[in-house]
Write a protein that binds this ligand. Structure first.
Ligand SMILES: Cc1cc2nc3c(=O)[nH]c(=O)nc-3n(C[C@H](O)[C@H](O)[C@H](O)COP(=O)(O)OP(=O)(O)OC[C@H]3O[C@@H](n4cnc5c(N)ncnc54)[C@H](O)[C@@H]3O)c2cc1C
Length: 379
């Protein structure tokens, strides 16, 4: 389905689409089936200029808008949702450093993202998922630096990450730290919670911190402001998560349309049944509506206005649309839709997992509710 051109340079979209067709689509089913981190693809994407789209050129990025970033996430995820979330953890790390990091951290790490630095964002713990106001991972002052202890769960891209953003609680509240892989006391393991049925880009590992020593400058921004930083960063990644969901929905739509345009029943092609056409009409309208919302949210990120409102609405709507479209795609393809070697199971599993990862539907609605009450109080 060729939807309205993204509100950015069509040549740019064509470039990333071509990259995804050549470099990602041939491997998408294998990545999902074996649950492996697509390392070579992410390194090749960095070389092609797609890993640091919105970082300024002086920091090794492409210096482009968040609409360009949304187009990259959409096209990559049309090919593979797993590659999409591998990219989003890289984007989360560079965004928090760019927004809140001190000069030492920015100078050390930001240029590395454009060169292919692989990273993870470690917030969740066994007892803290949606609620991160307090954490069991603790950071205490240790001479001139910090000492960290605790365990993180569900860490996407953690099986390959070379760099971590880690949230830990200090005596004054949740704080954020930059942690390179390889430090003494930092390790990961695959637990019973690590394999998910969707968004399989390698096991979502548990990250263990045992007396991990960090220099003073590893603290990102102000001590105790970690929750505020996380919420700010999530506005960026939720918008791009919406773009990932749109990519998955479009892939499911196109694959289903291709099938029903050939498959025959009762002496005609399945697409010729009006009941089936209505399904496609609904899917098309829903995808386009959600897509408009995602690009609206991308513009809000560039403008710095109402970011929480648009990011939450975009992810909420796009994730639901992707799940609904993927489920309908299975339905219209009949038995082919549920075959293991057809891609529809992957689309459905990836779409559903993104109704939870990175902010569940309920938490997004809470954010929108808070936005509305804030508006009312101000009026
Ligand atoms: C595929 C995948 C990848 C992930 N990757 C990462 C990662 O890289 N880094 C990371 O830190 N975490 C990651 N996570 C964890 C993810 O962010 C959490 O799963 C998510 O925040 C929800 O937390 P929870 O699973 O503990 O659910 P809970 O917080 O226990 O919530 C359970 C249910 O209650 C609902 N609920 C909770 N609070 C409220 C409320 N106030 N109002 C209404 N309903 C509520 C939730 O929406 C959910 O439906 C990942 C998760 C998945 C599935």
């Amino acid at each position: 389905m060729e939807l309205w051109p993204a509100c950015i340079d069509p040549d740019y979209v064509a470039g990333i689409r071509d990259f995804a067709r050549r470099e990602i689509i041939p491997h998408a089913d294998d990545i999902d089936r074996r649950d492996v981190y697509p390392r070579e693809i992410l390194k090749a994407m960095a070389k092609a200029g797609y890993n640091a789209v919105t970082l300024p050129t002086e920091q090794g990025g492409a210096g482009l808008s968040h609409s360009h970033a949304a187009a990259v996430f959409e096209e990559v995820s049309y090919a593979s949702g797993a590659v999409g979330i591998s990219l989003i953890t890289i984007f989360q790390a560079q965004t928090i450093l760019k927004t809140f990091g001190n000069d030492t951290l920015k100078e050390t790490y930001l240029p590395q993202f454009g060169q292919g630095l692989l990273s993870s964002y470690a917030l969740t713990e066994a007892n803290h998922g949606s609620d991160i106001r307090s954490l069991d991972t603790k950071a205490v002052r240790d001479g001139q630096g910090w000492l960290l202890n605790g365990e993180k769960s569900f860490i996407t891209s953690g099986s390959a990450a070379e760099f971590f953003i880690i949230l830990a609680e200090t005596p004054v509240g949740v704080s954020t730290f930059a942690v390179p892989m390889g430090l003494e006391g930092l390790s990961s393991y695959i637990g019973t919670n690590s394999a998910t049925f969707g968004l399989r880009n390698g096991p979502h590992v548990n990250l263990v911190l045992r007396d991990v020593r960090l220099p003073d400058h590893a603290l990102i921004g102000v001590e105790g402001k970690g929750v505020r930083q996380a919420v700010g960063t999530l506005n960026y990644s939720r918008t791009l998560a919406g773009a990932i969901s749109i990519g998955i929905a479009r892939a499911a739509f196109d694959a289903a349309l291709a099938f029903v345009s050939k498959r025959k029943a009762f002496d005609q092609r399945v697409i010729e049944f009006q009941g089936i056409q209505w399904y496609f009409a609904d899917m098309m309208a829903e995808i386009e509506a959600a897509r408009l919302l995602v690009y609206r949210a991308a513009r809000a990120l560039d403008d710095g206005v109402d970011q929480d409102r648009y990011a939450s609405a975009a992810k909420l709507k796009a994730a639901k649309v992707a799940t609904d479209v993927a489920a309908l795609a299975v339905q219209v393809c009949g038995a082919y839709g549920v075959m293991e070697n057809a891609p529809f199971g992957r689309f459905l599993r990836d779409a559903k997992a993104y109704e939870i990862a990175g902010g569940s539907a309920e938490i997004l609605k809470n954010t929108l509710g808070k936005y509305l009450t804030r508006q009312l109080a101000a009026s």
